[in-house]
Design a protein around this ligand. Structure first.
Ligand code: ATP
Ligand code: MG
Ligand code: MG
Length: 389
């Protein structure tokens, strides 16, 4: 593979993308702060190579230009990047940027993203623009009811831009919590399950999807993923995949995308949000599918044939390892349990510091049946560190 890929962001997604790239002899250059970012640890450049990772922010225009000067294709492992510069290097250098800057621009603003999906007749729950004032929040609560989900339009992840308004008196507290950032409001969705689908689109516009998974969140952070989704409704997986694929067809550019959805008791599906990159709900694909989301992302942006997205095991689960304190040794009991569990694969991300609520790694378990999966998962859940203070 003679193309070099530049990645904006060097976290765990870049690290796993780098691991997949190394198997294909695809060269990868990372832009992120520090020399020891998780992705940089696993992608080394030979001393004679002209390539070198870049120490800087993926929002710094000059650093993005420097990255662009070294590579043939730019991609992202995070959507909170400077899109104007991506557009500039795409035009001035004729560099391929995947997914397209216009896609990242829409998705990085969750309000624009929801408006886009609505305009394409995709199913989304009701939402409203709100100003960062108590009066505007009250007006939104009047229209959409309580509880009301207030969300920061930008820079959101792991629920950190979300505030659940249960009572009108909390409006001021919500503004303070959300740092007076630009906001919008969503009607509260009484879902029975959260589900997700990874979708891949190649440079020719061909779209394929992975199996539907169930995602279980704890404190707004993805805690567990079960693949495939089990449902009494035999038509549900095909419907969910069709929604996810249609959502991705509405955007430009190639790559893998995560589509998070809500499932309601009457079978209604709403799109919650889209990630224009590999996604936590697709980690399981490394061990459980014929081709991982990371490899398919590379195949998609390099115009190689896409790999099969089929499951190669009957049942699988992914458990996120979330930091509970500054002490990474908190995770030792669950790691030891995983080492003793057949079918369990540990992925640690090499983060320099542990923090409460930080994603430090994950464990994927594969099994011959759901019963065996539950049996293998049980000792891991029992040894997870407590999140209580
Ligand atoms: P991510 O880390 O997935 O990017 P995020 O910060 O972008 O997270 P969301 O996905 O918008 O946040 O919301 C986080 C979680 O909050 C969802 O997975 C879901 O559990 C809950 N949630 C979000 N929107 C709603 C809603 N309108 N009604 C009820 N629950 C919601
Ligand atoms: Mg998000
Ligand atoms: Mg989300």
């Amino acid at each position: 593979m003679d193309k070099t890929v530049g990645v904006l962001g060097g976290g765990q997604l870049g690290r796993m993308l780098g691991a997949a790239a190394s198997l294909l002899n695809v060269k990868v250059v990372i832009l992120d702060v520090g020399d020891n970012a998780p992705a940089k640890q696993v992608i080394s450049h030979h001393a004679t190579s002209t390539l070198s990772h870049i120490d800087g922010s993926f929002t710094d225009p000059d650093k993005i230009r420097e990255l662009a000067s070294q590579v043939d294709i730019l991609t992202v492992e995070i959507e909170h990047v400077d899109v104007n510069v991506l557009e500039e290097v795409q035009k001035s250098r004729g560099l391929a940027v995947h997914p397209g800057p216009s896609t990242i621009r829409i998705i990085q603003d969750k309000f624009l993203q929801k408006k886009h999906l609505l305009s394409k007749s995709l199913p989304v729950s009701e939402f409203l623009q709100v100003d960062s004032t108590v009066e505007s929040i009250h007006a939104a609560a009047h229209t959409l009811g309580l509880p009301l989900m207030l969300k920061s339009r930008t820079l959101a992840y792991d629920g950190r831009g979300n505030f659940v308004l249960r009572d009108l008196s909390q409006a001021q507290a919500a503004l303070e919590f959300l740092n007076n950032r630009p906001l919008y409001a969503e009607k509260w969705v009484q879902f029975i399950k959260e589900i997700a689908v990874m979708v891949v689109r190649n440079t020719a516009g061909e779209v394929i999807s992975y199996p539907v998974v169930e995602t279980v969140h704890k404190d707004n952070i993805c805690h567990l993923v079960f693949a495939p989704l089990r449902s009494a409704d035999p038509g549900l997986p095909a419907r969910a995949r069709a929604v996810a694929e249609a959502a991705i067809r509405s955007f430009e550019g190639a790559g893998v995308f995560g589509v998070e959805m809500f499932l309601l008791s009457d079978g209604t599906i709403y799109v919650n949000e889209i990630a224009p990159r590999p996604h936590n709900s697709g980690h399981y694909t490394i061990e459980a599918c014929e081709t991982s989301q990371y490899e398919n992302h590379l195949r998609a942006i390099l115009s190689l044939p896409l790999g099969s997205t089929a499951l190669k095991v009957p049942s699988s689960a992914m458990l996120n390892l979330i930091g509970v304190s500054s002490n990474i040794a908190d995770l030792n009991p669950v790691l030891n349990a995983a080492l003793a569990t057949p079918g369990a694969s540990i992925h640690l991300y090499g983060k320099s510091e542990s923090r409460k609520g930080r994603k430090m790694g994950h464990i994927t378990i594969v099994a011959d049946s759901d019963a065996q999966l539950r049996e293998r998962l049980r000792p891991l859940l029992q040894t997870l560190p407590s999140t209580e203070p």
